[in-house]
Write a protein that binds this ligand. Structure first.
Ligand SMILES: *[C@@H]1O[C@H](CO)[C@@H](O)[C@H](O)[C@H]1NC(C)=O
Ligand SMILES: *[C@@H]1O[C@H](CO)[C@@H](O)[C@H](O)[C@H]1NC(C)=O
Ligand SMILES: *[C@@H]1O[C@H](CO)[C@@H](O)[C@H](O)[C@H]1NC(C)=O
Ligand SMILES: *[C@@H]1O[C@H](CO)[C@@H](O)[C@H](O)[C@H]1NC(C)=O
Ligand SMILES: *[C@@H]1O[C@H](CO)[C@@H](O)[C@H](O)[C@H]1NC(C)=O
Length: 665
């Protein structure tokens, strides 16, 4: 919506500027804040050829570590063929694609195709049209890319979540070099097309580092290509609680937190990757392709220990090591509790380590590998809650259809209550929530599939080393290896690149009407911003910009605003980031997450977030501003204060009587 209203005061702005005469209150939110047997080849027939690999990722920071670990392998052995972006997890498609392109450029791998998005839909009768973008969990996918946030609302939108991941804590633009690839509207290879191309051209191994949406849609619409998928390795799920065996007051003897959603009062069983699309994970698991799972059971045993962190700090011999360590350091320094070294684990990088080691030892029947202990388990993925066949309107596979979608059974495992967000009254229960959607549950019935599961990270062979796990050693060795290393960072790519703030000198010019501009960062808003910046300062004096991130772009796109101001030599104009949620949508017990009652109307694909987050791909051409998300980051306090300070700096100069506000919606 790109209508411009002059002199419109909506509640937020009135609150901000009128009350501010009495009490200076800032409305930004500190939004809290981020095989059936390892394919038994006694003589591996394609040992001589490289193992072709496809990665599906949501480009979270630990996915980045995993990508580096994989890209640094000898490509005559492990050849990364293609990357697809999982667009309903911890990042936004438009930011994730930029991030992945930057990483591949640094690593000299612009040859690897990257697929993102797609405008296809799923018909009411379950027919999957080509190029579904994977912005929605499969059960909620209709004909458009707009929709509910049933599962994704578990992921924080701003700080501690998607804002951090999309910008990699402001580090992406400060560090990574820039190549020529960019998101191109209408011509961008879609996630499905890239999967089809990579998988149809020969046997391939698939690594799933996010939700299983893209890959499940691929399998459901191209079952004939299943034969080319040798094996699926997935990081996700949580099978057996591995909490200490102490007497618990809970007579069931179960651990209270098997999963890692927060808060746990609706669903204590699910892990994020699986929870983001349980039906997709079920489909992948039950498709008859050998699956190896690296669940929390194993990753919890390989946290980013203090000694590993210190050793990493000491060993940063490559650009990729520097980039990874700097990101890790920011995460540690901004961690909410003192328990970073226990709580932050090697998730996706451990998946890649274990998978490559299993492939190297592919003559072993039981997935023996250097890094993890493995065990076969019979598991399934819970997609709905008992009682089955309940028609309470929560289940989009059943509700409103005479024949349920995707041929699921009317009284089968997919027919129960499906969790409707983190505040679903059916699930909420004090202490321990009762929904199990996304739980990778052990079963004995015929609905359970035999899967190789990593249960524990192996200790370091060298018991004198300070690095307690075998994989710590491998990770640091690989990421610091001088072979296949990153070519440069932004400063070495452009030796004359300086971080300089351009501020105009208006001399004795008489300033015109002071204006504050409130925008939501859709393309039309940028046109309006440029227009305001082009007007003579004697006429319009742009005092500040307020960003509302509840509209057509996501919070991390604030960097595009900074870059435009930089290009226009107006680094003097303060920019403030507003609330992450519309009024009343934040979760009452954990304000970093919340519902999408209104924003669900905005498409995720073309014409929506994907286009505005990248400014139709054009934002890549803007000069990089030294101002960006979290520039002044020093600690948690500073992180919130960065934006707050800029907001405060709006006030002193402003005369409330004759302030003009433009609200661009
Ligand atoms: C689903 O609906 C579409 C369009 O209405 C139709 O072309 C297609 O044949 C249907 N598919 C099935 C399996 O009924
Ligand atoms: C667990 O309970 C048993 C029996 O009540 C008791 O003997 C034992 O000491 C308890 N162990 C711990 C660790 O509290
Ligand atoms: C898994 O199921 C198979 C039969 O489908 C059974 O033979 C095997 O014992 C089960 N394994 C476990 C660990 O339950
Ligand atoms: C380390 O391992 C060696 C050989 O396995 C063993 O003899 C030694 O006792 C171990 N040292 C410690 C401190 O566990
Ligand atoms: C704003 O108001 C003040 C006093 O109310 C006046 O002196 C000043 O000229 C006004 N500025 C503009 C740009 O209208």
């Amino acid at each position: 919506m790109q209508t411009m209203f002059a002199l419109v005061w909506n509640n937020e702005v009135r609150k901000l500027f009128c009350q501010s005469q009495r009490v200076m209150r800032v409305i930004w939110v500190a939004a809290m804040v981020g095989s059936l047997g390892a394919l038994v080849f006694l003589v591996d027939p394609d040992d001589a050829q490289p193992h072709r690999i496809l990665v599906d990722t949501d480009a979270d920071t630990d996915d980045v570590f995993a990508l580096f670990y994989l890209l640094k392998q000898d490509s005559t052995r492990f050849d990364l063929q293609a990357i697809t972006i999982n667009a309903n997890g911890w990042s936004e498609a438009g930011h994730a694609i930029n991030h992945v392109y930057d990483i591949l450029f640094m690593m000299g791998r612009d040859d690897i195709p990257v697929g993102v998005g797609g405008e296809g839909g799923i018909l009411p009768n379950g027919t999957i049209l080509p190029n579904v973008g994977g912005f929605q969990p499969i059960i909620d996918q209709g004909m458009s890319t707009a929709g509910e946030c049933r599962y994704r609302q578990a992921i924080p939108v701003a700080q501690r979540g998607r804002l951090d991941v999309n910008s990699n804590y402001g580090l992406r633009k400060a560090f990574l070099p820039q190549g020529s690839r960019r998101y191109t509207p209408l011509q961008q290879p879609t996630a499905q097309q890239v999967m089809i191309d990579a998988i149809s051209s020969g046997p391939i191994t698939v690594f799933l580092m996010g939700a299983h949406t893209n890959f499940a849609i691929f399998l459901m619409s191209n079952p004939h290509l299943k034969k080319n998928v040798k094996h699926v390795y997935a990081m996700g799920g949580s099978v057996r609680p591995n909490c200490p065996k102490i007497n618990s007051s809970d007579s069931s003897g179960e651990c209270s937190d098997i999963g890692n959603l927060y808060p746990q009062d609706s669903n204590p069983y699910a892990e994020f990757n699986i929870f983001s699309d349980p039906f997709a994970a079920y489909k992948v698991l039950h498709f008859g392709i050998p699956v190896t799972l690296i669940p929390l059971d194993a990753t919890n045993t390989i946290p980013l220990s203090k000694s590993f962190f210190m050793e990493f700090e000491r060993r940063q011999n490559t650009y990729e090591a520097k980039y990874s360590f700097q990101a890790l350091k920011i995460i540690r320094d901004t961690w909410l509790s003192d328990a970073f070294h226990e709580q932050y684990c090697m998730w996706d990088s451990f998946l890649v380590g274990v998978a490559l080691s299993i492939i190297r030892n592919s003559h072993n029947l039981y997935g023996e590998n250097e890094f993890a202990e493995m065990q076969y388990m019979n598991i399934t993925v819970v997609t709905s809650n008992e009682p089955y066949g309940a028609l309470d309107g929560s289940n989009p596979l059943i509700t409103g259809y005479s024949t349920p979608r995707f041929n699921v059974q009317k009284n089968g495992v997919h027919s129960g209550h499906v969790q409707m967000g983190m505040q679903d009254p059916f699930c909420l229960q004090k202490g321990k929530g009762k929904c199990q959607d996304g739980y990778t549950k052990e079963g004995t019935g015929e609905d359970a599939v035999r899967v190789l599961v990593a249960t524990k990270a192996k200790p370091n062979h060298d018991n004198r080393s300070i690095l307690g796990r075998e994989f710590y050693k491998s990770f640091l060795h690989v990421i610091n290896s001088p072979e296949r290393t990153g070519r440069f960072d932004i400063r070495t790519q452009y030796p004359f690149h300086r971080e300089f703030l351009y501020k105009p000198d208006f001399g004795k010019k008489i300033r015109g009407k002071p204006v504050v501009f409130d925008m939501d960062m859709s393309a039309g808003d940028f046109l309006a911003l440029l227009y305001l910046l082009k007007l003579p300062v004697e006429l319009i004096n742009l005092k500040g910009i307020l960003i509302s991130s509840t509209g057509w772009a996501t919070p991390a796109t604030i960097d595009v605003v900074y870059d435009i101001l930089h290009m226009m030599a107006r680094d003097d104009i303060p920019v403030g980031l507003g609330e992450a949620f519309a009024v009343g949508q934040a979760n009452p017990s954990f304000a970093a997450i919340g519902d999408c009652k209104y924003s669900k109307a905005i498409p995720h694909g073309s014409g929506g977030y994907l286009d505005s987050d990248t400014l139709y791909g054009l934002a890549r051409d803007l000069p990089r501003s030294p101002r960006r998300v979290y520039t002044l980051l020093e600690d948690t306090q500073a992180m919130s204060m960065t934006i707050a300070k800029e907001m405060f700096s709006l006030f002193p100069q402003i005369n409330m009587q004759n302030l003009t506000c433009f609200l661009i919606l």
